[in-house]
Design a protein around this ligand. Structure first.
Ligand SMILES: *Cc1c(COP(=O)(O)O)cnc(C)c1O
Length: 569
């Protein structure tokens, strides 16, 4: 009889050989401690110079491990991490030029908060913010923009949310109205990234989620959103680039509806644009799209400079269109570091190197560099989207490969299309270079037992990291696979990816047919909708044997990978 639940830690412990000392007489306290700790790292056999005590995994070793050996241990453990290049799940960029690496190394010890000690770093920080202010057209509208680098969009969004809350409180107090009953609320689509939910929850702001579904392109529809607005609404979060599908929400339409609301009620509700990805993509890929400070109702914008800003992880930014929108209570004067310094951030100490590298990137790439990369990413995404759609196994939920509707197109665009597939990004619906796709209806009908999440697991076997996750609330039950196209991904890799996707899908189809043809094989159990991939341990061996006969390649992936990969980033 095979056991169904194996406690791997326990089994390993029982299987382990213990030194002779332990079998005779009691082990010493030290030996107990070392063995007791469920995790000790075994030393390299060549480490005899350094001693043979096991190194505890979860406690600080009583005697330090020599540098080289410690390096070896850490480096070996890390080799199990995925390859960042093949991580198609993440929006976070993973590659910079060697000069950026050099700058990061040279400045790794600098603290961004310490403006007195590192005034030159502070200067670059200021320039970086100015560059973004210009990119987002704060200058065109003659505003005196202000802002700060952050650790990423999450911190940026929290600061922006707090600023809107404080501004709302000030307005309410000035009118002699309560700020407690019923308290502030903020509006966002149900597709909101977790950073937006966090900002609301951490700062006691009621989050009002606007339902999304296929008819709203799985993102916030301003016409629905306006129904949620009232006098306690501190603002609306509009997302430029939904993490689920890459679709842009319409800042202009939201603003128009809020203008109308203000005309009717006298209440002015501001917009914060979450441009984590889009604020560094749209200005280069589709500069004619209006979403930024050109719209007067947009009071603040955030971005993750480690997404399409193309810096390494650890840097973002938030800007306000003018100082008026950054309440004074949020700005702290620091006098103890030498001179008077101003700080508005959630962190105190933080590395300056990512900010320096992000500045270097803007300088190095320039407008044309960012545009070239944006067009490259978008073109690869369109190629993949079309190929996936033409396979007929899948339907594509993201829209960047769809031509704009007739009325949104110029005559020139139309002429270009008439000559075949246009590579002019302006012919297509704007959005992030992201492809979200799911099994087509025909596929589902024909292969009802194939679970889409197994595509993720089997692609992982080929080293690709492609998440499969549920679409946001209201669309629950529907799952999509998603690929994010970044600069490091070349056209030949798009081909490779597509080949692998087709192969994995067709293998699953073969297995499905074999399963249906021999219903008695295996454990006799047919996976129901709630079964998890590869969880039928009893039948694995038989399935392996039978599927070998069919010439298909059985894949029994580890569930842990599924858990790792399924979070939406
Ligand atoms: C990634 C992302 C965030 C969070 O950004 P971090 O830089 O990871 O903190 C917020 N909103 C959207 C839309 C995102 O894509």
């Amino acid at each position: 009889m095979l056991s169904r639940h194996v406690n791997s830690q326990k089994v390993l412990e029982q299987a382990r050989e213990h030194s002779a000392r332990h079998r005779h007489g009691k082990p010493t306290v030290h030996e107990m401690l070392d063995r007791e700790a469920p995790g000790t790292i075994s030393r390299h056999p060549a480490s005899k110079d350094y001693g043979t005590e096991p190194i505890p995994k979860y406690a600080i070793p009583s005697h330090g491990v020599p540098a080289a050996e410690a390096y070896e241990l850490v480096n070996n453990e890390l080799s199990l991490d995925g390859n960042p290049l093949l991580n198609l799940a993440s929006f976070v960029h993973t590659s910079m030029d060697s000069y950026a690496d050099k700058l990061m190394m040279e400045n790794k010890a600098k603290n961004l908060i310490d403006q007195d000690e590192y005034p030159a770093t502070q200067l670059l920080h200021t320039r970086l913010i100015s560059m973004l202010a210009k990119l987002w057209h704060a200058d065109d509208v003659k505003e005196n923009a202000t802002g700060t680098a952050t650790t990423g969009s999450s911190e940026a969004i929290q600061l922006a949310g707090l600023a809107m809350k404080k501004a709302w409180q000030a307005r309410r107090k000035a009118q002699g109205k309560s700020i407690h009953e019923p308290g502030p609320n903020i509006i966002m689509g149900a597709n909101a990234q977790v950073a937006l939910e966090k900002a609301a929850r951490y700062f006691d702001i009621e989050a009002r989620y606007v339902p999304v579904d296929a008819s709203t392109r799985y993102c916030m529809d301003p016409k629905r959103a306006i129904e949620f607005v009232d006098e306690n609404t501190i603002g609306v979060f509009v997302i430029l680039g939904s993490t689920y599908t890459g679709a842009y929400e319409s800042v202009q339409e939201m603003s128009d509806l809020l203008d109308e609301y203000e005309r009717k009620t006298g209440i002015s509700v501001p917009i914060h644009v979450d441009g984590a990805s889009g604020a560094m993509f749209a200005p280069f890929a589709t500069p004619s799209l209006i979403w930024d400070f050109r719209i007067p109702r947009v009071v603040s914008i955030n971005t993750s400079l480690h997404k399409w800003g193309k810096a390494y992880v650890g840097v973002g930014a938030v800007l306000w269109r003018s100082k008026e929108h950054l309440p004074k209570e949020l700005v702290f004067e620091l006098t103890y570091l030498g001179s008077v310094e101003y700080s508005f951030s959630l962190n105190f100490s933080r590395p300056a190197a990512p900010v320096i590298a992000a500045y270097w990137n803007l300088l190095h790439l320039g407008h044309d560099g960012y545009r070239r990369i944006s067009l490259h990413d978008a073109k690869n995404a369109r190629l993949f989207a079309r190929a996936v759609e033409r396979s007929k196994y899948y339907k594509v939920v993201s829209e960047i490969h769809h031509l704009k509707s007739d009325q949104d197109q110029s005559l020139v665009d139309k002429a270009k299309q008439a000559t075949g597939l246009s590579d002019d990004i302006d012919s297509y619906i704007p959005g992030l270079p992201v492809v979200a796709f799911m099994f087509s209806d025909e596929f589902r009908n024909e292969y009802p037992r194939i679970k889409q999440r197994n595509v993720q697991l089997q692609m992982r076997q080929k080293s690709w990291i492609i998440p499969n996750y549920s679409l946001p609330a209201n669309a629950e039950g529907e799952e999509v696979l998603r690929v994010v196209f970044r600069e490091t991904f070349h056209e030949d890799m798009v081909e490779r990816l597509f080949h692998d996707l087709v192969e994995v899908t067709e293998n699953m189809m073969e297995e499905h047919k074999a399963d249906v043809a021999h219903p008695g094989s295996g454990s006799g159990h047919h996976p129901g909708p709630n079964d998890r991939a590869g969880s039928k341990s009893g039948s694995i061996a038989e399935k392996l044997a039978s599927s070998h006969g069919e010439g298909t390649r059985p894949v029994r992936p580890c569930l842990a990978f599924a858990l790792l990969c399924s979070t939406v980033r």
